[in-house]
Design a binder for this molecule. Structure first.
Ligand SMILES: *[C@@H]1O[C@H](CO)[C@@H](O)[C@H](O)[C@H]1NC(C)=O
Length: 188
């Protein structure tokens, strides 16, 4: 690089620095952009696939005669979900929120669902806030992890992860209880 272009680079760097300082010093953001918080959440997801109010319903399935009719999750099936989140493992324990969204069967070979789900809370410190999951969810693995990509309310700009452990599973009744440990980085 010659002297002139070095000078140009220096100018550019100075301008950039000025811009960064200006943005950081303006206190007009609707949330604190500098104070990141870390929140841990613990709750249980209660799945009930049978009965009068199933927590997941088949909304679309592939139009393909090769699909085995006994397979509830053929490649291409889409389920709409609304499931209670409880404080304890007991399905009758206090409801603290609900999971709402879509689970799509998106693997040609095994049972892997991709979750696009909003986890909203209705009690406690985070009542009215929710975080958003967009992640693969291999349902049949006892332990798995979901990616958290955003949030609302107190969970604005959230990102993080949830580790899942299936505590109870009855394939016949379609009753499942899944324990969630969540780590969230957010700004409110
Ligand atoms: C699983 O669910 C079926 C159908 O509701 C029930 O008959 C059976 O006792 C349950 N199994 C266990 C281990 O709870």
């Amino acid at each position: 690089m010659n002297n002139k272009s070095m000078n140009n680079v220096n100018h550019l760097l100075l301008l950039l620095l000025f811009f960064v300082v200006t943005v950081v010093s303006q206190g007009h953001a609707p949330f604190s952009i500098v104070k990141e918080k870390v929140t841990h959440l613990h709750f249980f997801y209660q799945e009930r696939l049978t009965g009068d109010n199933p927590t997941a319903v088949l909304a679309a399935k592939p139009k393909d005669t090769r699909v085995d009719p006994s397979n509830l999750l053929p490649f291409g099936a889409a389920y709409v979900l609304e499931a209670p989140l409880t404080e304890g493992q007991d399905p009758n324990s206090k409801v603290v929120g609900k999971a709402q969204g879509l689970g799509v069967s998106a693997d040609q070979d095994t049972t892997i669902v991709v979750f696009m789900v909003d986890y909203g809370f209705t009690s406690g410190e985070f009542s009215g806030s929710s975080f958003s999951v967009m992640s693969r969810n291999p349902l049949l693995e006892t332990d798995r992890e979901l990616a958290i990509v955003g949030g609302r309310g107190k969970f604005r700009m959230a990102r993080g992860f949830a580790t899942l452990h299936t505590n109870y599973m009855n394939i016949t009744s379609g009753f499942f209880t899944v324990e969630y440990h969540v780590v969230l980085f957010h700004y409110e």
